[in-house]
Design a protein around this ligand. Structure first.
Ligand code: NAD
Length: 423
């Protein structure tokens, strides 16, 4: 028998849970909430660790470790993706669930935050093994999830096929078809139009709003995108279609740079389902070099802790929009803000995904489905409103955009927890 080992960050500055808690505390202090509210919100109210046995293709049994965190359910059911990755850890899943609560607060959804993860490497697994892990995970967590309790969705290395297996497994347990259990499903199983590209669409709307504030014309602006997966590749395409010049993109193996603008349609055509494309090219640069390219807009859309105090002084973009969760450390946030760079934080910029997930759940609950145009129109309104409430909070309270976003995001669940008499 073999088992994947969960990994944990030991460096405090790169500890995403600690840095999230630091900003939650600052936000609550600024809003005047007492310590007990922080004590409630600093960790998920519920955290489940599960062990999932799966028969592998070579007939061995492998035991996978999975997590489900439910941060706060005062406002409504918890909601958030499931990540399949070798580096998934308890701390990361907890931090991600808090970020989901903040996102729901910023774009005013009737949810708290949830998140799940399984320690595995889908790049090394067959389709059948992935199905086994997906179904096993749902069986393990079925008692605490459901359309009115906690609604999963896709995240890193999970997709609509995995959502379909999970929905099917849950429907078997429940003994009726239950599409509202999970979002990010294929359209034929009750998925929403526009869900696949929703995160990138939301990031695009934030870029447009940020550019208005900075007096940058999106048409002709030079854009660098780190990561060419679901979020990064759609974003590169939307920017390219809006007339921007995408001069750099990357994946886990390296980066591509062309000051005249990359052929995004060609790259989209050649990338694999894990967002890898640079392996097809002889001349590449490193991810570190990519982040420091001379450009107008930088979008980290890959993984955590990419902009740190080591490279924040070398960032040349005027606007940094975080499509990924947690790509910038707190030290780097301060450096970028002090340098006058407009940083649109993850909990705001990537909230388009959960917003359209919410639309999908609403459509499943009412059994009436919207067109892509209707979804886009609603998303536009939600994101512009979210952006402006964070931007205005930053201006009026004289705080950086990350703290402003946390202030806007935390308020609703703090209020709801107070009204319920919890704190
Ligand atoms: P994905 O798995 O589809 O793509 C990830 C991309 O990052 C791939 O191109 C991969 O090669 C690249 N990558 C992986 N490790 C890297 C490394 N060390 N250096 C550089 N690149 C690396 O994932 P995604 O769904 O696009 O998510 C990307 C980020 O956006 C994550 O932080 C995720 O939490 C966040 N996010 C995604 C969604 C969504 O709806 N997909 C929603 C909100 C936030």
């Amino acid at each position: 028998m073999v088992a994947d080992k969960p990994a944990d960050s030991t460096n405090d500055k790169l500890d995403v849970l600690k840095s999230t808690q630091t900003v939650v505390k600052k936000a609550l202090d600024k809003l005047g909430y007492p310590q007990e509210v922080y004590e409630l919100l600093k960790e998920p109210v519920r955290m489940m660790t599960v062990r999932i046995p799966v028969r592998m293709d070579d007939d061995s049994i492998k035991i996978f470790t999975g997590y489900r965190a439910q941060h706060n359910d005062a406002v409504g059911p918890t909601k958030g993706g499931v990540r399949f990755h070798p580096n998934v850890s308890e701390k990361e899943v907890k931090a991600l669930s808090i970020w989901m609560s903040l996102k729901a607060g910023i774009v005013d959804l009737p949810y708290g935050g949830g998140k799940g993860g399984i320690v595995c490497d889908p790049r090394e697994m067959s389709f059948r093994e992935l199905e086994g892990v997906s179904r096993g995970y749902v069986r393990s967590i079925s008692q605490i999830v459901g359309p009115t309790k906690d609604i999963p969705a896709p995240d890193v290395f999970t997709n609509s096929q995995i959502m379909a297996w999970m929905m099917d497994e849950y429907s078997r347990i429940d003994e009726f078809n239950n599409p509202g259990f999970i979002t990010g499903k294929p359209i034929v199983l009750g998925g929403s139009h526009g869900r696949e590209s929703a995160t990138a669409k939301g990031v695009t709307i934030c870029i447009e709003e940020a550019c208005k504030k900075k007096g940058i014309d999106v048409k002709g602006a030079r854009v660098v995108v780190q990561g060419f997966g679901n979020a990064g590749s759609f974003l590169a395409k939307f920017m390219h279609d809006a007339g921007a010049k995408v001069i750099g993109i990357s994946d886990a193996y390296g980066a591509l740079h062309d000051p005249e603008g990359l052929d995004i349609d060609y790259l989209l055509d050649r990338r694999d389902s894990f967002g890898t494309v640079t392996n097809l090219f002889k001349t590449t640069i490193t991810n570190k070099e990519l982040l420091e390219l001379d450009c107008d807009i930088l979008v980290p859309a890959a993984i955590e802790n990419q902009i740190t105090e080591d490279n924040a002084y070398n960032i040349k973009a005027n606007v940094v929009v975080e499509a990924a969760n947690g790509p910038t450390t707190l030290e780097a946030t301060k450096i970028l803000s002090d340098r006058g760079i407009l940083l649109v934080p993850d909990v705001l910029a990537s909230a388009g995904g959960v917003t359209v997930s919410y639309f999908e759940w609403v459509q499943n609950n009412q059994g009436y489905y919207w067109t892509e145009e209707e979804v886009e129109e609603k998303l536009q309104k939600v994101m512009v409103k979210g952006f402006n409430s964070v931007y205005n909070t930053a201006e009026t309270r004289r705080v950086d955009m990350r703290l402003a976003a946390y202030m806007v995001g935390v308020r609703k669940m703090a209020e709801a927890s107070r009204f319920r008499g919890w704190v």
